[in-house]
Ligand binder design. Structure first.
Ligand code: ACO
Length: 395
């Protein structure tokens, strides 16, 4: 994996520079044009194993996108019956009008499977030809992850399916990872899914958080191309800072049952949890701190990705950010001088769907005919962890 990462990062930068030099968006010949020869692995005395040619570099492209949201939704008026809030406050402070929530037989797996099938159809790729599924989520149906149940639901028999947790940055991190796997030459088709059902962890009595979150999922199919210079990832930048973790959490608790009259109680450090049910607390958030973190880090990370791509904000055709608050989206758009025609926002319809928000926004913008082949899309996620990440993609 490390070999893949470092080699791919090199070729991404090489390609981005050559694209800039040519002043065009079409793939151009970059410095890395030949396939690495397959040399035998060698072990020098005192050195670790050197597998210097395990990978045959390939290009990568975005082949399809899809999205799915639950059937039921809650409007701001609905929430005003649960907590002391109102439509005007929610719209002004967040831009949110409604949010979808799972019910009945719906689950994270069912949403992810629906979105994935649409993405595969657009890509013209058979599920059996998927090599790798990366499911970015913080709210799997099973503690051990949901990627494998999604794999079974769509019939991707040949794939390795794994979960990836980076909260609302998860989809961007997943796409960067997926493209690196393809760039290494070992994987041809990678399905990256961003999905969350945070309604399961919302305290519907807390007006500071219950107005924000909705459930939903988006998916993207990435496919290899024979030319290693032809890569849809032009630049990326990813970070985390665990010292800010306390600002946004849904912590594990041990529910100890009879010993505590059925009330759940946090598991103190060093305390052995007797057999009982484990659970996660409701989402706790310091909204103002997360807001400040977002307006500081998003412009910074997008600037760094643009730099690595050898581009400026003038090259951006569309900004597709994590949909957490319209004011955060507006701040970033203003910083880059982007008008509403270049900004994708659907927060009014879906609220904050965490890892689902970026791919849902991308899939809708493609479906509406806004994002088209060849467009330069700047994307960014931020959230719990704390994590933040961005990428410049050529569609
Ligand atoms: N309705 C009415 N009043 C409210 C509500 C509500 N739903 N919520 C808070 N208020 C009140 C507060 O009690 C406060 O009242 P006071 O002045 O009498 O004390 C007042 O409104 C202002 O509260 P603030 O918290 O200062 O409101 P703010 O403008 O910061 O907006 C919000 C709150 C929307 C949560 C904002 O801080 C925000 O969006 N933060 C970022 C959240 C975010 O991006 N999260 C990403 C999570 S992604 C992930 O990883 C899961």
């Amino acid at each position: 994996m490390m070999a893949t990462l470092s080699m791919s990062a090199f070729s991404v930068r090489a390609h981005a520079r050559s694209t800039l030099n040519a002043g065009a968006r079409n793939p151009v010949k970059a410095t890395m044009t030949t396939r690495a020869p397959r040399l035998p692995a060698t072990r020098a005395r005192g050195a670790s194993l050197v597998a210097n040619a395990a990978f045959t570099p390939a290009g990568a492209k975005i082949a399809g996108v899809g999205m799915a949201v639950p059937a039921q939704y809650l409007t701001n008026e609905d929430l005003s019956e649960l907590v002391d809030t109102n439509d005007e406050w929610i719209r002004t402070r967040t831009g949110i009008g409604k949010r979808h929530v799972i019910s009945g037989d719906e689950s994270l797996t069912s949403l992810a499977a629906d979105a994935s099938k649409k993405a595969l159809e657009m890509a013209g790729v058979d599920a059996e030809d998927i090599d790798l599924i990366l499911l970015s989520t913080s709210s799997p149906d099973d503690l051990f992850g949901s990627a494998c149940t999604v794999q079974a639901a769509i019939g991707a028999k040949g794939a390795l399916a794994v979960d990836l947790t980076a909260a609302c940055s998860g989809f961007v991190v997943g796409v960067v990872n997926g493209i690196h796997f393809i760039r290494g030459g070992e994987y041809k088709n990678v399905l990256v899914i961003g999905a969350d059902v945070l309604s399961r962890y919302v305290d519907w009595r807390d007006r500071g958080t219950c107005i924000l979150f909705g459930d939903g999922c988006g998916a993207m199919v990435l496919t290899s191309t024979p030319n290693p210079d032809d890569c849809c990832l032009l630049g990326f930048d990813m970070h985390s800072d665990g010292t800010g973790n306390h600002n946004l959490t849904a912590k594990f608790t041990a529910e100890i049952g009879a010993e505590t009259d059925g009330k759940s109680k946090p598991c103190a450090a060093g305390e052995a949890a007797p057999s009982g049910r484990g659970a996660f607390c409701n989402i706790g958030m310091n909204g103002q701190e997360v807001f400040k973190f977002a307006v500081r880090t998003v412009p910074d990370t997008v600037s760094k990705s643009l730099d690595k791509a050898g581009m400026t904000s003038e090259d951006i055709d569309f900004l597709v950010m994590h949909q957490a608050n319209q004011r955060i989206i507006d701040t970033a758009a203003k910083r880059f001088g982007l008008g509403p025609e270049k900004v994708v926002s659907n927060i009014a319809k879906y609220g904050n769907t965490s890892a689902g928000s970026v791919p849902i926004a991308m899939a809708e913008a493609v479906e509406e005919g806004r994002i088209k082949e060849g467009d330069i899309v700047a994307t960014a996620g931020f959230g719990a962890g704390l994590t933040w990440a961005s990428a410049i993609l050529r569609w």
